[in-house]
Design a protein around this ligand. Structure first.
Ligand code: ZN
Length: 108
């Protein structure tokens, strides 16, 4: 063994991911964009693809969205907004039902 233990490896990735997440949300904002939502806890926030093309985008760039955004200096052609996990789910459900999204949640 070279001293590179599994917990250390996991700890490295958790720390690395957290640092990337902080940089990314400093750019996109650290608050959910849903009207009246007050979630600012970074653990509960995620990036929402405004055009709902997240699946295609991730497939195109590989799995590491945060690393991609930092490396490419937050490209303008990638439309993202900060949204909490609950509202990501809520947005998806509303779209499935064909309901109109609240005004503050961007749709292009
Ligand atoms: Zn929210």
């Amino acid at each position: 063994m070279c001293g590179w233990t599994l917990p250390g490896k996991i700890k490295y990735w958790v720390t690395h991911h957290r640092k990337q997440k902080e940089i990314v949300f400093d750019h996109y904002g650290r608050k959910c964009c849903w009207p009246n939502c007050k979630v600012t806890d970074l653990d509960m926030l995620s990036l929402d693809h405004v055009l709902d093309n997240g699946y295609e985008h991730i497939k195109e760039i590989g799995k590491h969205l945060y690393g991609y955004l930092i490396k490419h200096n937050f490209p303008d052609n990638v439309h993202l907004q900060t949204m909490c996990m609950n509202h990501q789910f809520k947005k998806r459900q509303m779209k499935y039902r064909g309901e109109k999204l609240p005004k503050k949640v961007t749709t292009i």
